[in-house]
Design a protein around this ligand. Structure first.
Ligand SMILES: Cc1cc2nc3c(=O)[nH]c(=O)nc-3n(C[C@H](O)[C@H](O)[C@H](O)COP(=O)(O)OP(=O)(O)OC[C@H]3O[C@@H](n4cnc5c(N)ncnc54)[C@H](O)[C@@H]3O)c2cc1C
Length: 322
């Protein structure tokens, strides 16, 4: 049995840890936030709950599809059956594709929580550095250092992986190529239904990329709660604004799509510095001699499924080396 440290409790880190633990290894995940799920996140507040990161996910790989079917029977997730439209410079059309989309129950983190069952996660533990001495890895954070790991996995966005990966220059050089676009999200509760005949829409040409009635997802409480995602370009240009300044700007952007926006009860903006990634298409990165690897959506393809595949890929590379 080997000891493995995983940094990051998003879907990539959790699935990698799960595979290693299922093979009999002792795995500990370090996660800087209070929750499990990373960008598959739900925020609860006075206005209710909002999935403010990943909105839904698709499943194209047969292995992921089979996991989805299994977790659906366990009530961890469900298909999304809302009406999805495409709005492009004033023209509204229904989205024609019939690709199944899924959401976690009661929120997006459910998938990661289910996969992490039985795996040790140390929350609120930001890893500041990792180092290898005589073949053993140490993890250094605010709470001190943990020694004695046989292998180390980075499962965090590329920009956050870079300072941790410098100890293995071959990996760091590839990590440096990873990219993420930013995204400002607005979580807004309206006093009355938005006068539209869709539940979610891809938007083109109004500073917004996506809008979704959160309560149109299965298992959510009723209410006119919407999540608006600004485009990557708009988010980049306005990245350093205060959240309070972003909210009215994105409501104005929404008025371009829906002129009669009802009164707002509450609107809170959330800045994702590292949101969607174009993906490097390499699965995962692994140095067998160092027993050091990196995974995440940015390695594979910038979606939930891409992150899952990346974690699976890294576990398959790491297991024979343990
Ligand atoms: C606004 C938005 C909308 C999206 N919409 C969709 C969508 O509709 N469909 C879809 O498929 N995908 C979507 N995505 C992308 C999807 O969420 C990601 O591809 C996927 O969740 C990435 O998982 P991951 O495990 O690679 O990384 P993450 O989920 O980012 O997990 C990394 C974890 O590492 C932690 N961490 C970082 N640094 C440290 C450190 N130093 N020490 C300890 N912990 C650390 C973070 O807190 C985080 O929990 C969206 C993302 C965003 C932000």
């Amino acid at each position: 049995m080997s000891r493995v440290a995983v940094v990051g409790a998003g879907i990539a880190g959790v699935v990698c840890a799960r595979a290693l633990a299922d093979a009999g290894h002792q795995v500990r995940i370090y996660e800087k936030s209070r929750g499990t799920g990373g960008r598959m996140a739900t925020r609860r507040g006075d206005a209710g709950t909002f999935d403010h990161g990943a909105q839904y996910f698709t499943a194209r790989d047969p292995r992921f599809q089979s996991l989805i079917r299994h977790l659906e029977t366990k009530g961890v997730l469900a298909p999304y059956r809302g009406r999805i439209a495409q709005w492009s410079a004033g023209v509204l059309k229904p989205v024609a594709d019939r690709e199944p989309r899924y959401v976690g129950l009661p929120g997006m983190p459910a998938l990661c929580r289910a996969l992490a069952e039985g795996v040790e996660i140390v929350h609120e533990q930001q890893v500041a550095a990792v180092e290898q001495l005589q073949g053993r890895w140490s993890v250094l954070g605010a709470a001190g250092r943990d020694d004695g790991y046989d292998a180390l996995v980075l499962a965090v966005p590329a920009v956050q992986a870079l300072p941790l990966s410098v100890v293995v220059p071959g990996i760091a050089a590839r990590v440096a190529q990873g990219r993420h676009h930013p995204c400002w999200a607005l979580l807004v509760k309206f006093a009355a239904p938005l006068p539209v005949d869709f539940d979610a829409a891809f938007i083109e040409g109004a500073h917004l990329g996506w809008i979704m009635r959160d309560s149109s997802k299965p298992g959510r409480e009723p209410g006119e709660r919407w999540v608006l995602h600004a485009t990557a370009d708009w988010s980049r240009e306005n990245l350093e604004l205060d959240a309070g300044a972003v909210a009215p700007l994105l409501i104005e952007a929404l008025r371009v799509v829906v002129p009669a926006v009802p009164p707002v009860i509450e609107a809170r903006a959330h800045r994702w510095r590292y949101a969607l990634s174009p993906g490097l298409g390499v699965g995962s990165l692994f140095d067998r001699d160092a027993r050091f690897g990196a995974c995440g959506d940015w390695c594979a393809d910038g979606r939930v499924e891409g992150a899952w595949l990346s974690g699976v890929d890294l576990a398959a590379k790491l297991l024979p080396a343990l």
